[in-house]
Design a protein around this ligand. Sequence first.
Ligand code: AMP
Length: 365
Amino acid sequence: MNPKIGILGGGQLARMMALSGYPLGFEFVFFDPSANACAGQLGELMVADYHNEVALEEFCQKVDIVTIDFENVPVDTLRFVQKKKPVFPSPDVLEIAQDRLTEKQFCRNHGIPTAEFEIINSCSELKFAAKKFNYDGILKTRRMGYDGKGQFRIDSAESINSVPDELYSQDLILEQRVPFVREVSVIVARNGLGAIKTWPLCENKHKDGILTTTIVPAKSSPLDEETTSHAVKLAEVLNYVGVLVIEFFQTNEQVFVNEMAPRVHNSGHWTIEGAHTSQFENHLRAGLNLPLGSTAMNGMAAMLNWIGAFPDNVLSIIEPDLYWHLYGKEPRPGRKIGHSTLLAPTPQELHDKIVNLVKKLGVQL
Ligand code: AMP
């Protein structure tokens, strides 16, 4: 029998999971509060609130196993679903990852460094902590923050005055800014039998807190082995099932966890064409306790994110080893609406291909 996989969240990650699962004979049902969720263009979409237990019950009856495309699916929803069908990753992991404080504490309790941080509940606490960090920090909401949302740069005593009063009604932390030389991520797949695979280290560039490009493999650095081993350790201590992505800051001497994504991740989109097995396929394989596919790659890959709008001419640009992914989403400022992957045998050729593509599109990265 072909497994029927339920996905809570119907965005582009669910869409790409389904696109990797259909050739293997898997079937999919998506569940999302929005009728426009772009995975719905591919298969059955149930439109309901994540707290609608009648709809969740019906969803569970339709599927064999459930996963997520969105790490902020309420933990209560996952616990409700888990009583009826197996869920991966587990609600316990989501509970840790949904709160920047518990996530950082978890890492530290397992000997994995993070940025220094202070819990903030009021303006006076912020003033105290900002001074402690020499006015070089980032104020973040503990929950529901992603792609730089809910973040304020604190770089002077005055910058504290521009934090809106309403923000203090939320749980906050102030993180000391890490003077990183680069940001990298490790994509780990682990199945329920404990088999683990990682893809080569990804180097990521962000603009306004949103990922813009990923280059793989990252140029090698003496910290890479330690970085990857931190990610593998986290997957093991969490008893994780599925794909887990850990984002890191590397300085010249040290590596710090930035955050974990308990799901497939934007910095792993290149794996669709750039690796023997994609993050999406291995996520599904992991959840179904199937052997994990090879994560090896040939040559190098670059992923360029398309945010807000596309240049008009995208699909008329055809190049060897250039792959377009349009998510079927309405363009809107700050919204991820597609990506391109470029493959090349060497760093220089990859660089030349990126420059050539950007020139043809007339965009700036
Ligand atoms: P986040 O949503 O927490 O991943 O933050 C988005 C981006 O903001 C990161 O990818 C970094 O570029 C930057 N950033 C966040 N926290 C820090 C930090 N503690 N130190 C330096 N840069 C940071």
